[in-house]
Design a protein around this ligand. Sequence first.
Ligand SMILES: [Zn+2]
Length: 669
Amino acid sequence: MKPQFRSLLLTLLLATLVSAQNISEPRLEILHPKPDMQFWVDRIEVAGNIPQGSEVTIAGAVVSPDEDGLFRHLIDLETPEVLIPISETRGNEVFLDTIRIFHRNLDHMETDSTFINNNIPEELAIHMSYPRSGKFNGSQVSLRGRTHPATSLLMNGDTVKVFASGAFAVHVQVEQGENIFEFSATLDDSVVSEIVTLSRPLDRAPLTTLDDRSAQPRREHWLLAGDHLQLAIRGPASETVHFKIPGITGWTPMKEVRTGYYAASYHLVNIDGVTNTEVIYRLGTFSKRVRSAPLRIMTDAVGGLTIHEDTRVYDAPSTDQLLFPLADSVSLQIIGMENRMYRIRLGQYRTAYVLANRVELTPTSKLTSPHYLGSMRGENEADWAVFKIRTGTTRLPFEIKEKAVPARLELKVYGAKQGWEWTTYPEGDSVIAYLERSQPEDMVWQMDFFPKNSFWGWYGRYEGEYLVIGIRKAPEISKDNLFENVIIEIDPGHGGWQRGARGVTGYAEADANLRYSLKLEKLLLDAGAIVFLTRRDDHQISLADRARIAREDSVHIFVMAHNNAPGSSRNILEARGASTFYAWPSAKVLSDKIYPHMHNMGIETSGKVARYYYYLTRQTEYMVYLIEGAFMTNPPEEMFLLSEEGLDALAQAAFNGLEEFLIEKAENP
Ligand SMILES: [Zn+2]
């Protein structure tokens, strides 16, 4: 402990005594760091929330919160154990708190390359990291924790392997009822034990009546006359269940499609005028009736206008199958509502869903007849070739897809038709070889952009009364100095209170990501690249800010530096290997180039190259790919990521892949 901390601690103790007389409690909320957290980086953010009218002092520095009451302050970690004094001043009252954290030693290798753990506590202990005792819903789990690497460890009498890092893990079945797992560690004359008790709830008892919470629709539901309404409810097995839609049907029998689950489909024909109703379910003849959420049957589409700059379009009424984003003030044609999402019509046969709270209803739909588009004009603007299509005051939904074979951008504008056709290409040397227009449907206008070479980024957005499509010009890549003109953003994933995946010993992905990002930065700088990092210390940044930073830095390539963790029911001793991810074909080429180099890092390889539509991978203004270096949760891979040697190998693999990609681009742009 450093002397200055000792004196601060004294002051703290005194002040705590004084403040203990106050009845009111501090209202400061610390988001990060949590007590006893471990860090493998040198500079971390202290962050939290503080109410209006209060002031916060962190390690002697007065820190002012932003308008939302969030305060953030960076501190350097200089000692193995760090005490951070935090005080809140409200009027005349002072509240003090101290957070203890640990700054971990990074040196993990003996001269003979065997892994050592310099962070072992003096006293023998077992620290379980997951799961905690209590209610547990899964049927299997990897119990994990850390102890002294030289202990003999038993779980319920069976030997458990302890890795050189002190990590251990056992994959177990979790039965219904109470499960007791007792760990005991023996080292020399000391024995310690730790018990984890998991209670898995029993299966639900069979129903004796209709389950009103399962009556479909469970949330307000809108449909168009002519649609099919799907009905379902849970109840006792082998019974007679009927439904009725007042004003539309009489009592109609349902089918038991599986034990205790009754379903029916009803075709909504002969509806005159908008009908607000509901579905009523009945068990047998006289039982209690169960009602659904409100049901509205519309005879026409309703108009809507997006009211958020990041409204997203999904292909199902759930929130994970994203199709494309929409800007604000885009006109929509709404033909239903389900699960708090509006169903919208994009083409004759194509429908999609948007969150209802991102759309304002308008009395009439603007998209019942086609909007005629004006001419498209191409221009050169610094690093971009830009195409402007006059759309007028109505913003139509549009979708851009980068397609692989042949390489092209496919732009579809929904609700549009070609008006006066007059397309001009940008003057001089353009990135575009050819443009091809088509009208696949009466209300769907399409333009395909065929590039001269490969894509380096693109965008589509509304600017005033124009839909503007930008296509990034390729950097000049010379064989003699591959990286000279290439601008790269490295994005160390997570940070601050977003720790990412967690290793068994407590090592956070946020730290591992930053450590290898700094190494990759050095390799790239030495090779002559222009390099930016979205963060250089441990602090929180939103995904939107990461994307914006890269746009402002006008980068060509965006490297998402991450490490992996499996789903909670997987065996963490088995889930391992490096992977790369991308969303667009041009970035797949990069992902494919990096991946083989990750087979030479010295860890087992069982990963993959995969397409995944994350918020950041689906950014388009630059080439984005995601590196999942190794599994934080797998003890041997965690040791790999703890060591400088492992991180060097990971950074080198990421660099070699980029270099190979650029060598190919220099030969064949
Ligand atoms: Zn991550």
